[in-house]
Ligand binder design. Structure first.
Ligand SMILES: [Zn+2]
Length: 217
């Protein structure tokens, strides 16, 4: 294949534009650990050919960004640098999106935001795991729809052993959504929990040791 036909080392080997029955390896992937939510005579969808260069995301290259336009009162919870938002429509399990309030994607984060990211993820995960009936929080960063960095935190209900692992987002889409009043109450509880864990303000690190204070070696 030529260098200009859109294929790469990672895409040139696949068959395109034709669906197929699952082979033994693919079936084993779905059957592993009993965690895949679908069964029956599934087929692999036709894979569409690569589109290179990809079209820009809606908020890329200076495009309008709905996250940057959000005021304090638009967030489920926020401080000066971070915001937590729930989906507007109920899902099966509690979940939120975590954003920095400044517009960057992960590879371009300024050091001060990157340095706070781990703490922000921990605090948000804690706020979800504090909900009664939640065993664990899954964390994912995708960013295919928007450049403004966002992390997806999804709580897995305690006891649902089939929902462990990588297919939890699929279970979340397929199982019945929460009734709206429970969804709203859950979001409100997450906001309360964010405050009770102390929000996202980075704890003060120990004072840096200056060169003249360092122990001689
Ligand atoms: Zn933005």
């Amino acid at each position: 294949m030529s260098e200009n036909d859109g294929y790469s080392l990672f895409t040139a080997r696949f068959p395109y534009d034709r669906s197929s029955d699952l082979d033994e390896r693919q079936r084993a992937v779905l059957d592993r650990h009993d965690i895949f939510p679908l069964e029956g005579s599934l087929r692999l969808k036709a894979l569409r050919r690569p589109v290179v260069p990809e079209p820009p995301r809606s908020d890329e290259n200076g495009g309008p960004c709905s996250v940057c336009r959000m005021a304090d009162e638009d967030w489920l919870w926020c401080d000066e640098r971070w915001g937590v938002q729930a989906w507007s429509a109920p899902r099966a399990f509690p979940s939120v999106l975590l954003f920095p309030r400044s517009h960057q994607d992960l590879p371009d984060l300024p050091p001060e935001v990157a340095g706070e990211l781990g703490h922000a993820l921990r605090q948000t995960a804690r706020a979800i795991e504090m909900l009664e009936g939640i065993a664990r929080v899954h964390v994912e960063k995708r960013g295919d729809a928007g450049e403004h960095m966002h992390w997806y935190l999804l709580g897995r209900a305690e006891g649902l052993m089939q929902c462990r692992g990588s297919f939890l987002p699929l279970w979340d889409m397929l199982l019945a959504p929460m009734p709206d009043e429970i969804w709203q109450a859950t979001a409100k509880q997450i906001r309360t929990n964010m405050d009770s864990v102390g929000g996202i303000a980075t704890p003060r690190l120990s004072r840096a040791v200056s060169a003249n204070e360092a122990a001689p070696c």
